[in-house]
Design a binder for this molecule. Sequence first.
Ligand code: DX5
Ligand code: ZN
Length: 227
Amino acid sequence: MIIAPSLLAANHACFGKEAVRATKAGADWLHLDIMDGHFVPNISFGPQVVKAIRPLTKIFFDVHLMCSKPQILLEPFAQAGADEIIIHVELGEQVPSLIWKIKSLGKKVGLAVNPPTPISLVQPHLDKIDLLLVMTVNPGFGGQSFIHECLPKIQQAEAWRREKQLRYRIEVDGGINNQTAAECARAGADTFVAGTSLFGQRSLKVAINKMRKIINAHDPALADLKA
Ligand code: DX5
Ligand code: ZN
């Protein structure tokens, strides 16, 4: 199971220190939310921030592009140090060429699906991606409430992965706390983005350890082993 704190919820006055803090606190990945003020009604940070924090930590950079024109951003983020680049299936016809371009840059590729978007839209791409991101809030802001109606989409993604013997990770993002992380783990998620519920705690390390314990306790794969 992977826990990926979202830097969007960290102290924006010191991204470098916050990236090191998350690494030392035991995070597996760092989730970097890139917002262009067009695909979502908010602006966050760009490739320069990623480039600045890259030398400070070896942690896996999971770059989530909530951007209408990701094609102009793929190279800058790849060069800045992204390990994985996630684009949205809502971009429609561009998706196949964007997936190809991310792979040609030598990066892992993720595909995100927003709450109102039918999960069926991602089906044609499942055999080409390393990660499927099931958004559990409407993207744009941290600190929103988890949308429970998204749980069946996680279950469907897990069923397709099993039936088609594919290997993409299932990531959830938005309103993830100990309670909702457990529900998502039970539904089949294995990668957990959390901003407010982790960076908002006094001890990031204690918060990550607690979430990890809860997630592992609700991991169906582990439950099968115990049975
Ligand atoms: C929302 C972002 C999420 C967000 C998660 O558009 O994609 O990654 O930062 O934040 P929390 O965990 O605070 O809901
Ligand atoms: Zn995100």
